[in-house]
Design a protein around this ligand. Sequence first.
Ligand code: HEM
Length: 521
Amino acid sequence: MSNKIARLSHIAIRHRSQTALTSHHAIINPQTENLETAKPYSEIPGPKPIPILGNTWRLLPIVGQYDVSDVAKLSSLFYKEYGKIVKLSGLVGRPDLLFIYDADEIEKIYRREGPTPFRPSMPCLVKYKSDIRKNFFGELAGVVGVHGEPWREFRTKVQKPILQLRTVKKYIEPIEVVTKDFIQRMLEMKDENNEMPGDFDNEIHKWSLECIGRVSLDVRLGCLDPNLSPDSEPQKIIDAAKYALRNIAILELRFPFWRYFPTPIWTRYVKNMDYFIEICMKHIDAAMERLKTKTVIDEKELSLVERILANEPDPKTAYILALDLILVGIDTISMAVCSILYQLATRPEQQEKLYQELKKIIPDPNVALDAQKLDQMVFLKAFIKEVFRVYSTVIGNGRTLQEDMVLLGYRVPKGVQVVFPTLVTGSMEEYVSEPDKFIPERWMKSESEKYNLHSFASLPYGYGARMCLGRRFADLEMQVLLAKLIRSYKLEYHHRPLEYKVTFMYAPDGDLRFKMVKRDE
Ligand code: HEM
């Protein structure tokens, strides 16, 4: 009997539709059966506790507290050495990490994660929100670093407007305006060889900060102004963002003294976060005042911030949402753009294919973009997806199990942190045909039949109820930037090839000295 149940459950799980899964839950409860017969947790292979990992395992910006650089390197080594399930135990003061290199099992975990998925997250931010500024954040502290019912309640309040296509489409025009300014900045920045400066990644960060300001605060922050004085608001925001991003790694990588007493870096981190809150409050309050002056409120006409404010009498939701979006929305998208531009610059044939697509859709480059045009850019979207498959900007995702589960035949107790190493699974032969080849077309409907592609092997934005909240905006920003830039300029790269490195994100390490060559209109 139990064999039959196991077989049935396997079939149901392999079938990738939600209905199949629901019916499978309704008919049988394979969990209880399997839990009894599964191999014990202690038998899961893995290295004996590794001393070097001792204190250096916490990182991963969004996903958790592991040391990204170690996890990235170790993660593919683990797979080669131990197979599809690997346990890393003996980590000082924290639960075991369980690496899963099996797309079917990853799918199973995601689909069973329940209404309040738990993603281990940045300890600094958790301390800041739940302890240092507890009075400000209160019970509903946002989505990042928040779990259980408070997470669900906050996410429910904000998710609809943020993920609704109708709202997102409204931002095509404002993001295009920001992006045009950025391209103008690129033209001003280029040297006598038409190349970008060595710190071009910093400029990309300014573009993403300007985009996020436009989306989450309803303002142009002014970060793209070439002559910012050191005490201007945009420069201070840029400094605060840079500081926060660079020092989270230090705070969370090294021994966390800050947990016990306020170290100088921690004190400055808190000051920076306070500054972000101040900025968020100032601009949201201004949006609130503007909203009050509107006589007729047509929901369709409202911006994202205005919609949140219109539905929530307490502006705190809008403050906290803006803060969360800014915190995770700058580095992720900036590093993704660095990676995508580098891939385009070093793959001239595919860049040419993209250019031809854009030329067809936007014959006159001065004509504004719209949703219909973006919809037609299938190669552009496929190119981005392929970059994410091979060079996933966020190298993995994770969940803390909230119930005991059977994974690859082992009984895994609740509380274990399961890691989904997207960077490895995205290139596994059994899930992706010709994984070592860079083939954007595999993502295009018209060609997808030729390629095997498991839908849980490469999930750059995560999956399910806790999936990236900013993904629609991220997609829009990247699409608009590529469409505007590649339609009018050819991007080249004439320096030593860059290695990818995992710092906070996975991106090319070195100067992005792209050459911009104007195309004939
Ligand atoms: C290409 C750029 C980006 C990538 C690759 C990315 C990736 C991710 C991933 C993997 C997660 C975890 C999802 C999960 O647990 O299933 C996440 C969460 C999140 N992302 Fe993004 N992201 C990007 C851009 C952005 C942007 C631009 C914003 C803001 C506008 C944003 C806001 C968030 C937020 C708020 C969460 C937490 C959601 C929650 O816990 O409920 N992300 N992102």
